[in-house]
Design a protein around this ligand. Structure first.
Ligand SMILES: Cc1cc2nc3c(=O)[nH]c(=O)nc-3n(C[C@H](O)[C@H](O)[C@H](O)COP(=O)(O)OP(=O)(O)OC[C@H]3O[C@@H](n4cnc5c(N)ncnc54)[C@H](O)[C@@H]3O)c2cc1C
Length: 410
């Protein structure tokens, strides 16, 4: 292990904070500098569209570490500091305030930013995005005020926001250019299940339509025009149309970037002294045999430590089964694998789909490629083991709740 030197982490959020923690836990004695452009110490984002937005979780509960943790562990936490440039030849980062920070090894964990809506009127007051704790607080205040909420995008952020808006009694319309909800992430089978859930809670969907214009009156939003020409009254518009990796300074510095910073199995980039983790990394996953960029909490939680171990010269591998969770209304779910359309040829169910207590399995050539447990708990590790095994399973036994999932493993 390197005895010293300066290890710099850019991006003071989950992946970055977990990397700093791992460097110290592994005994790294050099300097650890954690640089972030937000004013808050590292926090977790899932509550921002769930418990914290609903007012069920305290602000103190969202942070990755206690306030004193950074000083106690010799982590030089520099908040409110944006990195504007990277000079690989001199191994220096330039901060927006003109300061230079040198590094021996660098981890880029700059995450992703919401994709901006490109439509006339998109900069009107009342158009909201949801990424930061401040965004969540402003959105919560708007939803508490009630009124008509239009959500652009029926992805996870859009649907969780729809559930929160219904919780506050708002009238909710979701506008989505695809033919259904969540189609790109889980396909139509479970996407339609989620759309039905929301409809049963009073949400209106306008599928096959995009937001093409936002009209204001008196400086405030008052209606959304969809691509089909439909006029939808709106007091608040929430945009959840995906996220783009924060990879600009990495690309300008000549690192390989292709929908995120390209990294190998050890999360090393095209520069051997620079690593990438979390939402910004397009990393090779040996289990899947290809590079993927994953915008999931568990991915940041795990890749931060993997990158830290690689920085220390240890053998570390990004061999994770993608894992995701969501809570909407009284429905909790965990998902493992990537059930994108085209990656599977069948979906089968174990349990009671009508009572919303079941496991969905996506199969390809008889093998489980993804699974989602809905209001069924303590099974996701077994689902992940089935995905890892990658061998065909007997569908009759897979769908029989009396057969323990572990018995299906080869
Ligand atoms: C509202 C919301 C709800 C979510 N819910 C779920 C969920 O239920 N389940 C799930 O699995 N995942 C969920 N996610 C996704 C999950 O939160 C992310 O995958 C995770 O936050 C990624 O962590 P990260 O550390 O890689 O990046 P981020 O959390 O994006 O952090 C990157 C940090 O780097 C900073 N930064 C960027 N550029 C610079 C720069 N040039 N200089 C300095 N700092 C910079 C950013 O401001 C940010 O603070 C949710 C995300 C959001 C926004």
């Amino acid at each position: 292990m390197p005895a010293g030197g300066t290890y710099v982490i850019v991006g003071a959020s989950l992946a970055g904070a977990k990397a700093a923690e791992t460097l110290r836990a592994e005994g790294f004695a050099g300097s650890v500098v954690l640089i972030g452009d937000e004013e808050e110490r590292p926090y977790e984002r899932p509550p921002l569209s769930k418990g914290y937005l609903l007012g069920n979780e305290e602000r103190d509960s969202i942070f990755v570490h206690e306030p004193g943790w950074y000083t106690e562990h010799g982590v030089d936490l520099r908040l409110g500091s944006a990195v504007s440039a990277l000079d690989r030849a001199s191994r220096q980062l330039m901060l927006a305030d003109g300061t230079a920070v040198g590094y021996d090894r660098l981890l880029i964990a700059t995450g992703a930013a919401p994709r901006r809506l490109q439509a006339p009127g998109a900069d009107t007051d009342g158009v909201r995005y949801l990424r930061t704790v401040g965004d969540s607080e402003r959105l919560g205040a708007a939803l508490r005020a009630g009124g008509r909420v239009v959500i652009a995008g029926a992805g996870w952020i859009g649907l969780e926001t729809a559930a929160a808006a219904r919780h506050y009694g708002c009238e909710v319309t979701v506008v989505e250019p695809e033919a259904g909800a969540l189609y790109r992430s889980v396909g139509p089978e479970l996407g339609d299940f989620y759309a039905s859930l929301h409809r049963s809670h009073g949400v209106t969907f306008r599928f096959g339509e995009g937001v093409s214009e936002l009209r204001a009156a008196g400086g405030r939003i008052h209606e959304v025009i969809t691509s089909a020409g439909t006029r939808v009254p709106a007091d608040v518009v929430v945009v959840g149309i995906g996220a783009v990796p924060n990879a600009a300074f990495a690309a300008e510095a000549g690192l390989e970037v292709d929908n995120g910073i390209v990294a190998d199995e050890a999360l090393r980039t095209s520069d051997p002294d620079i690593f990438a983790a979390g939402d910004v990394a397009s990393a090779f996953n040996p289990l899947l045999g290809r590079r993927i960029r994953v915008e999931h909490w568990a991915n940041a939680l795990t890749q931060g430590p993997v990158a830290a171990r690689s920085m220390l010269g240890q053998r570390a591998s990004n061999d994770l089964v993608p894992y995701f969770y969501s809570d909407q209304y009284d429905l909790g779910m965990e998902a493992a694998g990537l059930p994108e359309p085209g990656s599977y040829d069948d979906v089968v169910y174990r349990g009671d789909t009508r009572a919303s207590e079941f496991i969905a399995f996506w199969l390809n050539d008889g093998a489980v490629v993804a699974g989602m447990n809905i209001n069924v708990w303590d099974v996701n590790e077994d689902i992940q083991a089935l995905i890892r095994a990658g061998t065909p399973v007997d569908p009759a036994r897979l769908t029989d709740p009396d057969v323990p999932l572990a018995d299906l493993l080869p």
